[in-house]
Design a protein. Structure first.
Length: 341
């Protein structure tokens, strides 16, 4: 069966963009067709200036929201990265295969390093090695497919390069993964700046719908979305990005094509009103399930504990094999076995 791995970083509250662009498909499609793992990558959240209490809170909340969005622990594996030591074990091994130039060339590293310097802090070494840890996340599980957004394809390319190089140098150990982009993922843009993705890490509220926003907050944000000059409702992403974004969101919520939906509106106001209601209705069941999960923290704990056990069992043999292939002496656990050799 195809193995799928994806990760979500607990650096901000999850957004409508995360849900319509990724999580919904993981729940509706991927967990049914593949052997899928979904990981809250908390170690990655420590690569930039962070607040420990906030990371802890967001890790729990992200895991709960993945379950609320429909990921079913009977069908897929949901777990927290730091609960499975294999990720950091393999990351070190891959650091011995990756070049420093390769890491420095990563676009995201360059952008984030500038941002961290501007904020007056230093750049953490882990920000540079970030994509190597991500490669370890992927390669530890023999992953075939990595569903990610465009901004992550360069990192998946690096994971591919490292897998190929490792296999050539030290013998076949890793499956070579590939990034996949769902054919019909909604690309949800910031409501106030429709040229920018609705990202969770930006955390400046008005253009971003968070999954746990109250219905009235959702309505308010959508009603105040920027539209474009002009009156007609047409689907023209280049010329009228604000209206196109609303049409994309509406289509993702109610089904249908953005361009066709445009025909049923003669004002921006009516489009906004319907989009707001469609989003509120789409998020309603998710918010309700999330509330139930919050009332039963023991359940979430149990899911994450079992998820980590399963993940560990999948990753361990491959990471052990990588260590042996690299020339590390195998530890001998049992003195009786040792004497018999
Ligand atoms: N870097 C990814 C992001 O920022 C998160 C991530 C970490 C990830 N490890 C992964 C995604 C492994 C897919 C597979 O979105």
């Amino acid at each position: 069966m195809t193995r799928v791995f994806s990760g979500i970083k607990p650096t901000g509250h999850l957004t409508l963009g995360n849900y319509l662009g990724a999580m919904r498909r993981w729940a509706d499609v991927d967990q049914h067709r593949a052997d899928a793992l979904f990981c809250v990558v908390d170690l990655h959240a420590l690569t930039v200036d962070h607040d420990p209490a906030r990371v802890r809170r967001l890790t729990r909340q992200s895991a709960s929201l993945l379950l609320a969005a429909g990921l079913d622990p009977r069908l897929c594996t949901v777990f927290v990265q730091s609960h499975v030591d294999e990720h950091t074990r393999l990351s070190y091994a891959l650091e011995c295969v990756a070049g420093d130039g390769e890491a420095r060339r990563m676009i995201q590293y360059k952008e984030k390093a500038v941002r961290e310097r501007e904020r007056g802090g230093g750049v953490r070494l882990s920000l540079l090695t970030y994509p190597v840890l991500m490669a370890a996340d992927i390669l530890a599980y023999g992953t075939d497919e990595v569903p990610v957004g465009d901004d992550q394809t360069q990192h998946v390319e690096l994971a591919r390069d490292l897998a190929v190089r490792f296999n050539q140098r030290y013998g076949h150990t890793f499956t070579v993964p590939r990034a996949t982009r769902p054919a019909v993922a909604a690309r949800v843009m910031n409501l106030r700046e429709p040229a920018a993705k609705m990202g969770k890490s930006d955390d400046s509220g008005p253009g971003i719908v968070y999954l746990l926003d109250e219905p009235d907050t959702v309505r308010g944000k959508i009603m105040r979305a920027v539209t474009d000059s002009g009156q007609e409702v047409v689907h023209d992403p280049a010329g009228r990005p604000g209206v196109a974004n609303l049409l994309e969101i509406l289509a993702a919520c109610v089904g249908g094509e953005p361009a066709a939906l445009a025909g049923s509106y003669d004002s921006y106001g009516a489009l906004k009103k319907d989009t707001a209601e469609a989003v509120v209705e789409t998020l309603r069941p998710l918010r309700e399930r999330h509330r139930e999960l919050c009332a039963d923290p023991g359940h979430v704990d149990a899911v994450l504990r079992e998820g980590a056990e399963r993940a560990r069992a999948m990753a361990r043999p491959r990471v052990d094999a990588a260590y042996r292939a690299l020339g590390l002496l195998e530890p001998v656990a049992d003195p009786v076995v040792n004497a018999a050799r």
